[in-house]
Design a protein around this ligand. Structure first.
Ligand code: TXE
Length: 488
C-alpha cells in the first residue's frame, strides 16, 4: 500500500489517524491516507496564520509572489503525468481526462501568477482640501479551501491561485475520497519554494476536520466546493468566525436544443456535457430540454453515441467512462433512479447497475416527459444520467430551464442569433454556453446562484475576492489641526 502524508508548516507529517483509500476500479484499498483531526487542523491554521504575519511572506513583493506561482505552474506541468495517474487511481476519473485537465491546471497558476502584481488600489478625488485619500487592496488573511473528490487539483487551483496572488495564506482540505493527487501536489508547493506555512494541505472527514477548519477563529475566508447540504454546515461553521464564504455547489444545468440546431454537433456537446467525468461534474448538462419536433431524431443520435461509449478501466487511454468515485455515490444514483421510475420517468437506455468489482454505472438516459417531479430531473445526480424533457415553444423552454433551485450552467443550441440573445437574457444561471458546452478558462468567471452557491472563481474578480479594502487618509497640511469639535 502506498502511504501519503499531510503538509503542515512546510513539513510532511502524519495525521492523528489514518484511513484506507479505495481504488474505485476494484473497490479494494490501495493507499493509506493521513487523517487530520482537530489538533492537526489547529496546527495547520496556526501555521498559516503565523506565515501570514511573517516578514518572509507579508513583505514579499507581489511580483515575487507571482514568480513563485509561475514556478509552481511549471512544476505542475512537469508533474502532470504523475499527478494524473494518481488522480485516476484514487478517484476513478479516467486517465484521458486527468491528463488533459492537470496540464491545463498549470495555466490557472500562470494566469494568477501574472495577476499578482496587478491587484491595484485606487486614488480618490476626495471632496476635501489638504487630504490625500487612497485605497489599498490587502489580503484577507488565512483562507480555508475545501474541495470535493472530483477534480481536486483543478478545484483547488481556482482557490489557491487567486488567494496566493492576493497574498493570503491557505489551508487546503482535500476530500477524504481520493485525496492522493492533492497530497502529492504538496511536494510541488514545497519545491516551488513557498515559505513554510503559506500553503498547508490536509485531508480528513467532515465533522472532525472540515467543521473544525470552517469555524476556526483564525480563518478569514472559506472557499468551498461541494454539495448544498455540506455547504449549510460550512455556513453554520462560519457563524463562529464570521469568515467571508464563497460556495460552488454544482447544479442541474439545462441543455436546450432547438429544432434549427445542428443536431450532430449538439449531440456531441451533450454527450461530453453529461458523460465526461462519468457525470461527476458540477456543470454537467444533466437536463436535456429538446424541441418536440426533433426529440426522436436527437434521442436516436444520442443513444447511438452513448451505446458506443467505452466503459472500462480508468487507467486505459481508450476508456471514455470509468467508475464512479465511491460506492456511496453509486448507491445514491441507483436509489434516485428507482424513485424516478416510480414517479413516471422511463429508461431510454442504461440504468442497470452492473455486477462485478468496482463502482461502475453505465451511461443512462431517462425520458422524464411525463414525470416533472422525478428525482433524476430535479436533483443533482452526480453521475452519468441524462434526463430528457421536450418542449414546444421558446417560452416553454425558458420556463423549464429556470424551473430549478440551482443556477450554475446552461447550454443553448440554435442557429438563430436573436433567439440565442433572448435565451442568454432569460436564463437564470452563472454561465450560458451557446452552441458549445463545458468550456472553461482561467480568464472567465465561473460560479452560480441559488443552490449553486455564490461567489465567482476564475478571472480578476476571484483574486479581488481574497482582498480587503483599506482606505488611507493622509492630511497634507502643516497647519495645526483646528477646533476638534468640527468634523472636516
Ligand atoms: O460532498 P461534500 P459529498 C454534490 C453531489 C454529491 C453530493 C454529496 O450531488 O452527490 O454533493 O457529495 C467536506 N464542514 N457535489 O458528500 O460532503 C468534505 O470532507 C466542512 C457537488 O461527497 O459536499 C469534502 O472535502 N467541510 C460537487 C467537501 O466538504 C465538510 C462536488 C465536499 O464534500 C463538512 C461534490 C463539514 N461539516 C459533491 N462535511 C460539485 N459542485 O462539483 C464534509 N466536508
Amino acid at each position: 500500500m502506498e502511504r501519503f502524508q499531510l503538509y503542515i508548516n512546510g513539513a510532511f507529517v502524519d495525521g492523528s489517524a489514518r484511513f484506507d483509500s479505495l481504488d474505485p476500479a476494484t473497490g479494494s484499498p490501495w493507499a493509506e491516507m493521513p487523517e487530520a483531526r482537530e489538533a492537526d487542523v489547529n496546527r495547520a491554521v496556526e501555521a498559516a496564520h503565523a506565515a501570514f504575519l511573517s516578514p518572509g511572506w507579508a513583505n514579499m513583493t507581489a511580483t515575487a509572489r507571482g514568480k513563485l506561482l509561475y514556478r509552481l505552474a511549471d512544476l505542475v506541468q512537469e508533474a502532470a503525468p504523475r499527478l494524473a495517474a494518481l488522480e485516476t487511481r484514487d478517484t476513478g476519473k479516467i486517465i484521458r481526462e486527468t491528463s488533459a485537465q492537470i496540464a491545463y491546471v498549470a495555466e490557472y497558476y500562470r494566469y494568477y501568477a501574472g495577476l499578482a502584481d496587478k491587484i491595484e488600489g485606487a486614488h480618490l478625488p476626495i471632496d476635501k482640501p489638504d487630504m490625500e485619500v487612497w485605497t489599498r487592496r490587502e489580503p484577507v488573511g488565512v483562507v480555508a479551501a475545501i474541495v470535493p473528490w472530483n477534480s481536486q487539483l483543478f478545484l483547488s487551483a481556482v482557490k489557491l491561485g487567486p488567494a496566493l496572488a492576493a497574498g493570503c495564506t491557505v489551508v487546503v482540505k482535500a476530500s477524504e475520497d481520493g485525496p492522493a493527487p492533492l497530497l502529492e501536489f504538496a511536494k510541488l508547493v514545497h519545491q516551488a519554494g513557498f515559505p513554510a506555512g503559506v500553503v498547508n494541505i490536509i485531508t480528513g472527514f467532515g465533522p472532525k476536520c472540515g467543521a473544525v477548519l470552517t469555524s476556526h477563529p483564525r480563518v478569514a475566508h472559506i472557499a468551498f466546493t461541494g454539495g448544498p447540504e455540506t455547504a449549510r454546515h460550512v455556513v453554520r461553521g462560519s457563524a463562529e468566525n464570521l469568515a467571508k464564504v464563497s460556495l460552488e455547489l454544482g447544479g442541474k444545468s439545462p441543455f436546450i436544443v432547438f429544432e434549427d440546431a445542428d443536431l450532430e454537433s449538439a449531440a456531441n456537446a451533450q454527450i461530453s456535457g453529461i458523460f465526461a467525468a462519468t457525470g461527476q461534474s458540477c456543470v454537467a448538462g444533466s437536463r436535456l430540454l429538446v424541441q418536440a419536433s426533433v426529440k426522436d431524431r436527437l434521442l436516436a443520435i444520442l443513444k447511438a453515441k452513448a451505446e458506443a461509449i467505452k466503459v472500462s478501466a480508468p487507467d486505459d487511454m481508450a476508456t471514455e467512462v470509468g467508475p464512479l468515485c465511491t460506492k456511496r455515490q453509486r448507491d445514491a444514483i441507483v436509489a434516485a433512479l428507482e424513485a424516478s421510475i416510480v414517479a413516471g420517468a422511463q429508461v431510454v437506455m442504461g440504468g442497470v447497475c452492473p455486477n462485478g468489482a468496482g463502482f461502475y454505472f453505465p451511461p443512462t438516459i431517462m425520458d422524464c416527459s411525463g414525470a416533472p417531479e422525478a428525482d433524476c430531473l430535479r436533483r443533482e445526480m452526480f453521475g452519468p444520467v441524462l434526463s430528457v424533457v421536450s418542449f414546444e415553444t421558446e417560452a416553454e423552454a425558458l420556463a423549464l430551464a429556470n424551473d430549478t433551485e440551482f443556477g450554475l450552467a446552461s447550454g443553448v443550441f440554435t442557429k438563430s442569433l436573436t433567439r440565442a440573445h433572448r435565451m442568454i437574457r432569460g436564463i437564470r444561471a452563472g454561465i450560458v454556453w451557446v452552441n458549445t458546452y463545458r468550456v472553461v478558462s482561467p480568464i472567465a468567471p465561473f460560479g452560480g446562484h441559488g443552490l449553486s452557491g455564490h461567489g465567482r472563481e476564475g478571472g480578476l474578480a476571484a483574486a479581488l475576492d481574497y482582498t480587503t479594502v483599506k482606505t488611507v487618509w493622509l492630511r497634507t497640511s502643516d497647519d495645526p489641526i483646528p477646533d476638534p469639535f468640527v468634523m472636516r
